[in-house]
Design a protein around this ligand. Structure first.
Ligand SMILES: [Zn+2]
Length: 137
C-alpha cells in the first residue's frame, strides 16, 4: 500500500472512512504507531509508511458512559472500550451489539467500519465501532 499522506490522526480517520484500518510504521526502527504520529517516539525518525493492521483484538478495559457530551446524548448510556489488536496496538472505540453486563475483559472483539453518511461533515466522530466476534451483524 503506497499512500503518500500525512501521518496524522486526521488521515487515520480518512482511511477509516474508506474501510481501511492502518497504522504508521517507522521506516527506520519498524515501530508501529497507532494513532499515527509524525515523529517516532522510539528513534525520532520522521519517515513512515502506512500499513494495514489487524481488525481483531481482545478487550483490555471498558467504561460505561451515562453522561455523554451533546453529540452523543442519543447514544447514552454507551460503552467505550480499548482493544488490544493482534499487532499489540491499542485502539479505543464505542462497543456495540452487546450489553455491558455481557462484556468480559479479554473477550475477542473486531473493529467494524460504519457506513459513511455523505451528509455528515467530516469528522463528526470515528467511523467505526467495536463489537463481539461471535455476534453476527
Ligand atoms: Zn522509529
Amino acid at each position: 500500500m503506497n499512500i503518500q499522506e500525512p501521518f496524522s490522526i486526521e488521515q487515520f480517520y480518512k482511511l477509516i472512512s474508506q474501510d481501511k484500518l492502518m497504522a504508521g510504521k517507522c521506516l527506520k526502527c519498524g515501530k508501529l504507531h497507532l494513532p499515527p504520529r509524525p515523529l517516532c517516539d522510539n528513534c525520532y525518525n520522521t519517515q513512515f509508511e502506512w500499513i494495514p493492521i489487524s481488525n481483531k483484538g481482545k478487550l483490555l478495559t471498558y467504561t460505561v458512559i451515562h453522561i455523554a457530551p451533546p453529540q452523543f446524548h442519543h447514544l447514552a448510556p454507551y460503552t467505550i472500550g480499548i482493544i488490544e489488536l493482534d499487532d499489540n496496538l491499542k485502539l479505543p472505540g464505542v462497543i456495540q451489539n452487546i450489553s455491558h453486563e455481557q462484556l468480559k475483559i479479554g473477550m475477542h472483539l473486531t473493529v467494524h467500519f460504519d457506513s459513511c453518511n455523505e451528509s455528515q461533515t467530516w469528522p463528526p466522530w470515528p467511523k467505526y465501532h467495536l463489537k463481539p466476534v461471535d455476534i453476527i451483524n
